[in-house]
Design a protein around this ligand. Structure first.
Ligand code: IPM
Ligand code: MN
Length: 353
């Protein structure tokens, strides 16, 4: 299979973890006789440093031509004082919108050797396997007006959704539940927000088409509590942009490390894959970053964009085996484990492929 992948390493540890993921993909393509090519472009602070904007039209164009996109991480203190429209995050929001990446998939499943590192009791998190489907191109992140009034003393953000935007993400939620454990939890704040009432109505309409899926509605505050007190009661969660942002960070504590979590952001035609963790500027350039979230994101790319399920599973199993052998980077802790740097961690994964 011949595929063109645009890689956007971004900032901080982005380049280091991207190099690791590319090495793993090259090994997979050698083994299975695929032909993956990688074209690198800038995003975030590194794009700002070069072009004075966090995402150029040229990068967007390259992404539109690609078969899939891998993204490392963006942001860092260095760019924190820039005006809002030039901040690294703006590059990320712009690419999500430009590519219409409306569905953000964040699977939250722990690896056994890491579970003891979670601040939650193992008895609570054991067996949890959650799949968050977060709406990614609407809601408070994009609604207008978004402005300051009265000399800056009043601020407005807008939570706006069109029926079609809710329908397509809710469908994604149902479809995902259908191929997993057939349980969908739709999270909203329908006791207060009008947008949530529309959301709930649409879920009720859609469920007629998915009689095999059991649906619950849950208010976001209560879902936040349940996620860490009774995580095994969830299968697929579908929710709007900001709720999904918050719940997915919260959910990451179930796994013992946010450094392990991959994500996919999907449109009808293309996918962008990135780890859930940030750019970790404090350790950038030291060669000690955990490449596993990025490597697992590359596995998601193989599965969702290229339909290469066997190859994706090989990578996931190699990661799991490496952890079982006790190998881990400095951000993780495994009982009687061996702490290694990014390069060695990547080599171990490749040797376990
Ligand atoms: C995420 C991040 C982004 C978001 C930021 C960096 C804009 O937190 O991908 O979850 O809020 O969506
Ligand atoms: Mn977030």
């Amino acid at each position: 299979m011949k595929k063109k992948v645009v890689v956007l390493p971004g900032d901080g540890i982005g380049q280091e973890i991207m190099d690791a993921a590319i090495q793993v993909l090259n090994k997979v393509s050698d083994t299975y006789n695929h032909n993956f090519t990688f074209e690198q472009y800038e995003i975030g602070g590194s794009s700002y440093d070069k072009y004075a904007e966090p995402l150029t039209d040229e990068t967007v164009e390259a992404c539109l031509q690609a078969d899939a996109i891998l993204l490392g991480a963006i942001g860092g203190e260095k760019w924190d004082s820039l005006p809002p429209h030039l901040r690294p995050e703006q590059g990320l929001l712009k690419i999500r919108k430009a590519l219409n990446l409306f569905a953000n998939i964040r699977p939250i499943k722990g690896f056994a050797p890491l579970l003891h590192a979670s601040p939650l009791k193992e008895s609570v998190i054991n067996g949890s396997d959650i799949y968050i489907v977060r709406e990614l191109t609407g809601g408070l992140y994009f609604g207008t007006p978004r402005e300051r009034r009265e000399d800056g003393n009043v601020a407005v953000d807008t939570l706006l959704y069109h029926r079609e935007e809710i329908e397509r993400i809710v469908e994604k939620g149902f479809e995902s539940a259908r191929i997993r454990n057939k349980h969908l939890t739709s999270v909203d704040k329908a006791n207060v927000l009008e947008s949530s009432r529309l959301w709930r109505e649409i879920v009720e309409e859609k469920k007629e088409q998915y009689p095999d899926v059991k649906v619950d509605h849950m208010l976001v505050d209560s879902a936040a509590m349940k996620l860490i007190t009774d995580p095994t009661s969830f299968d697929v969660i579908v929710t709007e942009n900001l709720f999904g942002d918050i719940l997915s960070d919260e959910g990451s504590v179930l796994t013992g490390s946010i450094g392990m979590l991959p994500s996919a952001s999907l449109s009808e035609t293309v996918g962008l894959y990135e780890p859930v963790h940030g750019s970790a500027p404090d350790i950038a350039g030291k060669g000690i970053a955990n490449p596993l979230g990025m490597i697992l994101s590359a596995a998601m790319m193989l599965r969702y964009s290229f339909d290469l399920n066997e190859e994706a599973e090989r990578i996931e199993q190699a990661v799991e085996k490496s952890l079982e052998q006790g190998y881990h980077t400095a951000d993780l802790n495994i009982n009687n484990g061996v702490e290694v740097d990014t390069k060695k961690m990547t080599e171990v994964v490749i040797s376990n492929l």
